[in-house]
Write a protein of this length. Structure first.
Length: 250
């Protein structure tokens, strides 16, 4: 049975305009582009002339800003014939790699949200290759560690992780708390990571946070040993207080 994987990061309310979010997006795309061919070219659905179409973002700041602006949130209310933009909800959009490098991938993001009562979290999600040569290249500890580090340096999240959809469907985590999957990054504001089982790596991140890696081999929901280790680590971290929900850091 094929197991699908993704990397993601989340952070609390942070007011940022389209230009700042666009810069973060460019930094993120640039950082992951060198990690594998599947991450090398990303396209947004924006207006080209008079028509909408898929356009490569590259390092074009204005194009990235346009992608952000196309992702503004609008309320159901209207003023005259126009809906009302909810500035406090930030920008939400996604990019497509157009199957470059042998895998059909998407990266989605929400940036600039500063209203804690809206059901919107600032986030980035990167779908990962899950079969074939692309998966063999990407689903390794060194590459995924670099993916997480790229997310951290570009978006400055409160937490980030790599896990499989199969694993996520088998666990129950209180709303708003970080998951413990294959890898977990915790910002330094969350506190000191306690002692964990000897097989678990705890590495310092560039920003002073911690990157926790459960296994060097591919983590899978089909391995009961992996599941047991993830639960043990989550329990230890939760008791220490470093897995507090995002609302605790607003």
């Amino acid at each position: 049975m094929i197991e699908t994987y993704y990397a993601a990061c989340y952070w609390g309310p942070r007011q940022e305009d389209a230009a700042i979010c666009a810069t973060r997006l460019i930094n993120y795309l640039t950082a992951i582009s060198v990690l594998d061919a599947t991450f090398s070219r990303w396209h947004g659905y924006i207006k080209v002339g008079r028509k909408l179409g898929w356009v490569e973002v590259g390092s074009d700041q204005e194009r990235a800003r346009e992608i952000m602006l196309r992702g503004v949130n609008r309320s159901e209310r209207s003023e005259g014939s126009r809906s009302v933009i909810q500035e406090e909800a930030g920008f939400i959009n996604s990019l497509w790699n157009k199957r470059v490098g042998g895998a059909n991938l998407e990266t989605s993001f929400g940036c600039g949200c500063y209203c804690s009562v809206l059901p919107v979290a600032n986030h980035v999600v990167l779908r990962l290759p899950y079969e074939g040569e692309a998966a063999d290249r990407v689903l390794t500890e060194p590459v995924l560690r670099s993916v997480v580090e790229s997310m951290v340096t570009s978006w400055q999240p409160s937490w980030a992780f790599v896990q499989s959809d199969g694993y996520r469907s088998r666990i129950q985590i209180p709303q708003g708390k970080p998951y413990v999957g294959w890898m977990l990054y915790l910002a330094k504001e969350r506190g000191v990571v306690p002692s964990l089982p000897p097989s678990v790596q705890v590495l310092p991140a560039q920003d002073g946070g911690s990157l926790i890696i459960l296994t060097s081999e591919r983590f899978t929901a089909h391995n009961e040993g992996h599941l047991a280790l993830a639960k043990e680590v989550w329990d230890i971290l939760d008791r220490s207080g470093v897995l507090a929900p995002l609302s605790s850091f607003e």
